[in-house]
Design a protein around this ligand. Structure first.
Ligand code: S3P
Length: 168
């Protein structure tokens, strides 16, 4: 089984992904980690500042293409993958891949990311909110399952995902 978590920065993709990978006994793959490894940089800010966002997006496409081959995994994505439909196409192209959107209010995200400094697109709140509004409908369009995450624990959310998988 392949499950891909999508959603804005700070929607909990990594925490939920880890929890699901343990509960479902599936390998855990973080696209951001893979992108970072391939970039040869030390962190995501460095990729954006030195190579530019476009290079970052190119690397995301390359990684998504590679992940096509994988049949069993929990995959977490960067919040920007919905801006390149080719990434979604790659992720969906080889067998069944269930896309789960972790739907989170902007206020919740702001609280969660208060002390985070490795998100180049979350430094200016006004711009971040614009990006958020542009992407919200896209996450929804690409998702097989939508889960609201505000005021819920990681445990609750991952149990809800598993329950919804059973209903598909
Ligand atoms: C981005 C989200 C980040 C990371 C990069 C760009 C985005 O991942 O891929 O900073 O465009 O929303 P997270 O969603 O895991 O924070």
């Amino acid at each position: 089984m392949k499950i891909t978590l999508i959603g804005f920065m700070g929607s909990g993709k990594s925490s939920i992904g880890k929890s699901l990978s343990q509960k479902l006994n599936l390998p855990f793959i973080e696209m951001d980690d893979q992108v970072l490894k391939r970039s040869g940089r030390n962190n995501i800010n460095e990729i954006f500042n030195t190579d530019g966002e476009l290079r970052f997006r190119e690397l995301e496409i390359e990684i998504a293409k590679k992940l096509k081959e994988i049949k069993n995994a929990i995959i977490t994505t960067g919040g920007g993958i919905v801006m390149n439909k080719i990434i979604i196409d790659f992720l969906k192209s080889n067998g069944r891949n269930i896309i789960v959107f972790l739907d989170t209010e902007f206020e919740t995200i702001k609280n969660r990311l208060k002390n985070n400094y490795d998100r180049p697109l979350f430094s200016n709140m006004k711009e971040a909110k614009i990006i958020f509004d542009v992407r919200q409908p896209l996450y929804r369009i690409f998702a097989d399952i939508v889960i609201k995450t505000d005021n819920k624990s990681v445990e609750n959310i991952s149990q809800e995902v598993i329950k919804r998988l059973g209903n598909l």
